[in-house]
Design a binder for this molecule. Structure first.
Ligand code: NI
Length: 226
């Protein structure tokens, strides 16, 4: 399942992030590719130990923690500190599957990648190409989201970034270890959560709302792995 999460950053936050990124010290992204990916990756990234990576990454993590839709959809236990990439002049990243486990730089922590996330900083009309294409059992899905939107998709899925043939595509990317490892269970919880939120508007005093909310938490209790 691919999920679009709007409004992770507002216009002013976007403007500040973009100004910082456009002056960033961009490096060849192949330095950070694994064995499988090195032949298909042609983009630019900020170094993980670049102060700008850490500063913007911390800012994005703080925004995500306050975003109810992200929290409901991802049910995050741990998040890999965000990294930043830039695709331009034909830059592309061919079909690959992301690593299963990521180390957090400077710490002994390791994080299992259940969900992959891309946060778009460029508007779709600022560049040609650059769609994120994710393959699943139902086929291939293409996404090119407005700036400030986040795309979530299962880390186990084959995916690619199409060549950018005009302009530049700036994005942050990171991985989430979810409290609920299995995607079908996360989907059920998100559906239930959405239904509860809608009922809260329509019938705020219904005793069934209390029972449904209890069911949500009891399912979460059963399915949570920490
Ligand atoms: Ni990837």
């Amino acid at each position: 399942m691919m999920l679009s999460i709007p409004g992770v950053l507002n216009a002013e936050q976007l403007r500040q992030c973009r100004a910082a990124l456009e002056g960033g010290n961009w490096q060849d992204g192949r330095f950070t590719a694994g064995h499988q990916a090195v032949n298909v990756k042609a983009n630019q990234q900020l170094a993980q130990d670049d102060p700008l990576t850490q500063q913007l990454g911390d800012f994005i993590l703080a925004c995500l923690a306050q975003h109810p839709r992200f929290m409901a959809a991802a049910l995050p236990l741990k998040v890999v500190p965000p990294r930043f990439n830039r695709y331009a002049e034909g830059g592309t990243y061919g079909d690959h599957i992301d690593n299963a486990v990521f180390s957090v730089p400077g710490t002994p922590h390791r994080i299992r990648a259940d969900l992959s996330a891309t946060l778009f900083f460029s508007e779709p009309d600022e560049y040609d190409g650059g769609e994120l294409v994710v393959h699943d059992h139902f086929g291939s899905h293409r996404a090119k989201l407005p700036a400030g939107h986040l795309l979530l998709y299962p880390s186990g899925s084959l995916h690619r970034v199409e060549p950018v043939t005009r302009g530049a595509r700036l994005a942050a990317f990171f991985w989430v270890q979810s409290l609920v490892r299995e995607e079908p269970q996360r989907s059920v919880l998100l559906e239930l959560d959405d239904s509860i939120q809608a009922l809260r508007e329509q019938v705020p005093d219904s005793p069934e709302l209390v029972r449904l909310t209890g069911i949500y938490h009891n399912l979460l209790r059963q399915w949570t792995q920490t």
